[in-house]
Design a protein around this ligand. Structure first.
Ligand SMILES: C[S@@+](CC[C@H](N)C(=O)[O-])C[C@H]1O[C@@H](n2cnc3c(N)ncnc32)[C@H](O)[C@@H]1O
Length: 200
């Protein structure tokens, strides 16, 4: 069993689960900067639990995560993250609200012949333009946000940062770019969306 440590959190890896990469590190750091003590936080798509484990180790938040892959859900639990196996938000009753919701989605444009076998495909497959999961998340998430609730979404230049920003604004978010990181074939960015008085 391989374990890594980041900002005092110990995270167990599994070869059938998305390995924490530049995107995971970027989102975890931005989440720490935006979280405040006592906040109710949801991470959609926990993977190994890296982002959630790092956040809850560094800020005293009340955190829960969802994850579609049973293998990833078990992996994240072994790193001390409370995970519900679910498709995005479908485990929550109406009226369940969070102050902060995080998502490092499958964001790569993916054709039929680029799909990978098994549950791991959910970590990468963003559909033909990379925005299938992102768009669905943006449309569904407002129902689970408190007034002035915040979302942090990790996006790649390959996904179309402008298009994602536009979709968030259409759905009532005030959007700002938090942090970016250039990798060798893409630029990674965290978009922060505030859903509140100036939103719908
Ligand atoms: C890019 S990986 C990120 C994993 C982890 N959050 C990180 O940053 O290292 C995306 C994760 O979202 C999960 N996922 C994809 N679609 C999902 C859905 N509809 N509901 C819940 N989880 C989903 C995948 O199984 C995968 O673990």
């Amino acid at each position: 069993m391989v374990t890594i440590t980041h900002r005092n959190a110990n995270i167990t890896l599994d070869e059938q689960v998305y390995d924490p990469a530049e995107d995971s590190y970027l989102l975890a750091d931005v989440a720490i900067d935006n979280a405040k003590e006592g906040m109710k936080v949801l991470e959609v798509g926990a993977g190994t639990g890296f982002v959630s484990a790092v956040l809850q180790e560094n800020v005293d938040v009340e955190l829960i995560a969802t994850e579609i892959s049973p293998i990833a859900a078990a992996c994240a639990r072994s790193s001390g993250v409370e995970v519900i196996r679910a498709d995005m938000f479908n485990c929550f009753k109406p009226g369940t609200m969070f102050d902060l919701i995080l998502f490092n989605p499958p964001y790569l444009p993916t054709s039929e012949d680029e799909k990978v076998p098994g549950w791991l495909n959910y970590a990468f497959d963003g559909g033909p333009d990379g925005r299938d999961a992102v768009n669905r998340f943006i449309e569904e998430v407002p129902e689970y946000l408190t007034g002035n609730g915040v979302v942090l979404i990790l996006i790649s230049s390959l996904t179309g940062i402008g298009q994602v920003k536009e979709r968030m604004e259409t759905c009532g978010f005030e959007v700002e770019t938090c942090n970016s990181d250039s990798c060798f074939f893409e630029e990674l960015t965290v978009l922060k969306g505030i859903f509140g008085p100036s939103g719908i």
